[in-house]
Design a protein around this ligand. Structure first.
Ligand SMILES: [Fe+2]
Length: 256
């Protein structure tokens, strides 16, 4: 059920970069309040669900190029283990936006449009940032146990603008909770809806009551220059597949 209390402090993700001043090439402080951006799509959710279940098995069995065999002990993000979704744990080893599905292309197009709208809202120049994206999917169920507790997709000390969001394939009825500067903000999940939020506001999956899978496709949109920083490129290789890190993101097209 909905926890109306202010969420507990969240743990940072793995600290890849020692020198905090290297995080974020440009300082960004929002001058407007948090806002969700969204697009209601008309995608065939049954097909997406079938496709993602098939891809889940490929990831689980390490049959997808770039995906290492699943090893619960060695997984680099302690944090995402709590989800019990292998496609979540291995989110850095594949990119949904590089999958050959019509719906993946459509979703990516919506993400690009939302990112443009969000940049306008926050008063930054979209073209100037040369955004790149990664996308993964989450298949959770009460049966499997586990869900994502409060976390963010950039560190608290991240100094620039970045976005995160998700598309609900099968997530009704359920909620996603956001910690907006210490105040709980609830997003009611709606199937076939893609949302985008600025990072810097930790979020968590709310409880859900139904049996069967809860499926979402998540994505990060970050500036290219974040990845170009020397500190980022020097981050340690933690697993075999981390060598593929630099081939992981795809660019968002600029507006000309
Ligand atoms: Fe998240």
């Amino acid at each position: 059920m909905l926890n109306k209390e202010v969420p507990p402090p969240y743990k940072d993700n793995v600290n890849y970069v020692e020198d905090l001043t290297m995080m974020g090439g440009r300082r960004f402080e929002p001058k407007v309040e948090h806002k969700f951006f969204y697009r209601d799509l008309d995608l065939d959710l049954n097909k997406i669900s079938d496709d993602l279940h098939r891809e889940y098995e490929r990831i689980k069995n390490a049959e997808m190029r770039g995906v290492a065999p699943f090893n619960r002990e060695k997984s680099y993000t302690e944090f995402f283990k709590e989800s019990n979704s292998i496609s979540t744990i291995k989110s850095r080893e594949y990119n949904v936006f590089q999958m050959h599905y019509d719906w993946a292309h459509d979703l990516f197009t919506a993400v690009n449009q939302m990112a443009q709208e969000a940049c306008e809202y926050y008063g930054v120049n979209f073209n100037d940032y040369r955004f790149i994206a990664q996308s993964w999917f989450n298949i959770n169920s009460k049966d499997k146990g586990g869900k994502l507790h409060f976390h963010d997709h950039t560190r608290k000390d991240y100094g620039d603008i970045a976005f995160h969001g998700y598309f609900s394939v099968s997530a009704e009825p359920s909620q996603t909770h956001y910690d907006v500067d210490g105040v709980l903000k609830v997003n009611e999940n709606k199937n076939n809806r893609a949302i985008l939020s600025k990072t810097g506001y930790p979020h968590a999956q709310g409880d859900w009551e139904w049996d069967g899978p809860r499926i979402t496709i998540a994505y990060d949109v970050i500036p290219l220059h974040t990845m170009q920083q020397e500190a980022f490129l020097k981050m340690p290789i933690l697993e075999e597949t981390d060598k593929l890190w630099e081939q992981h993101y795809n660019p968002l097209p600029k507006k000309f």
